[in-house]
Design a binder for this molecule. Structure first.
Ligand SMILES: [Mn+2]
Length: 321
């Protein structure tokens, strides 16, 4: 953690705020939602009204976060806007960005590619495996005693962003925090079952289709899968069923770069890169995207064929260096 001073500054800012809207990124994952709901609960403990916002609906599997939230959340006209785990304005979603992007005062994030769009303060530590690790520090700086609800939220972000403590972004601090959270009563077996051991039947059908269409390039060093809207419909999947698909191509022996193309509702493609040695964030930057070194993405238009060809050309050029 390189930014203890900024965490304290963020805590000071939050203490002076009321009626906060916490923005999470679109197509939300465990880290952005865990960050948002843990922070909501901590602010609530201080008597600060807050709401967690997302462009779409909260996926059902996060019911343990959203259930208690919907029971207690109050209506108000937001006076302050902050964001969590959101590196770029466009990741907020169109409607959210149009309504709030220019008003974000504080951004808490762990993506090295954060666009620094926050007006007053950006707390960004790329050395943290998850944004939730920063939120845990922020909760401590706020002087709030972490309860089991907050601990469950934080654990979810920590576990999902580290691939259940498997990815190389996992640090000793990630494990120390996990130990602390387990001490606070986190039901880690149940959470890990939800996020790592359970797949819907629709998801299995989708994986079957995606793997049937797998393509290799660069002598087997690149593996690519494509998920179209038509496939989602046929499999009976929604967005929450897709989470965790992107690491699949990289699990194949000999593959150094896994590429997943996913057709969005507007016909564009979200392209997700997962690598070991290759710098995925650098590759994605060539296409206007960003992220982490081993996990990054971008959005573009075009046919899957042309997109794959462009990614392969860029990756091969990078591999040749
Ligand atoms: Mn994250």
């Amino acid at each position: 953690m390189n930014e203890p001073v900024k965490i304290k500054e963020a805590a000071r800012m939050l203490r002076g705020m009321q009626d906060l809207l916490i923005l999470t990124h679109k197509n939300p994952d465990g880290d952005t939602l865990g960050s948002g709901f843990a922070l909501w609960a901590a602010l609530r403990a201080l008597g600060i009204r807050a709401r967690v916002h997302n462009e779409g609906e909260f996926p059902a599997k996060y019911g343990f976060m959203t259930g208690p939230y919907f029971e207690r959340a109050e209506e108000f006209e937001p006076r302050h806007i902050i964001s969590v785990d959101t590196a770029a304005v466009k990741l907020m979603g169109e409607k959210t960005a149009a309504a709030y992007a220019r008003r974000v005062e504080l951004a808490i994030d762990h993506h090295g590619t954060n666009e620094q769009y926050a007006l007053s303060l950006t707390v960004c530590d790329p050395g943290s495996a998850s944004c939730c690790e920063l939120i845990a520090r922020l909760i401590d700086a706020l002087g709030v005693r972490m309860d089991t609800y907050m601990a469950n939220c934080i654990y979810t972000g920590l576990a999902t962003d580290t691939g259940c403590f498997k990815y190389s972004n996992t640090t000793a601090d990630s494990h120390l925090l996990a130990a602390r959270l387990i001490g606070l009563g986190v039901d880690f077996a149940q959470l890990n079952r939800i996020f790592f051991e359970t797949k819907s039947r629709g998801r299995i059908r989708l994986e079957q289709m995606a793997l049937a269409g797998i393509e290799y390039a660069a002598g087997g060093k690149i593996a690519m899968i494509t998920i179209t809207q038509e496939m989602l419909k046929r499999a009976g999947c929604d967005h929450s069923d897709i989470e965790g698909v992107t690491p699949i191509p990289r699990t194949i022996e000999g593959v150094e770069l896994g590429v997943t193309l996913r057709e969005l509702e507007n016909g564009n493609y979200k392209v997700s890169l997962r690598s070991f040695e290759l710098d995925s964030a650098k590759l994605c930057a060539l296409f206007g995207g960003g992220g982490h070194k081993r996990a990054a993405g971008f959005e573009c238009s075009g046919t899957p064929h042309d997109i794959k060809a462009a990614v392969v050309a860029a990756a091969e050029a990078e591999m040749a260096k």
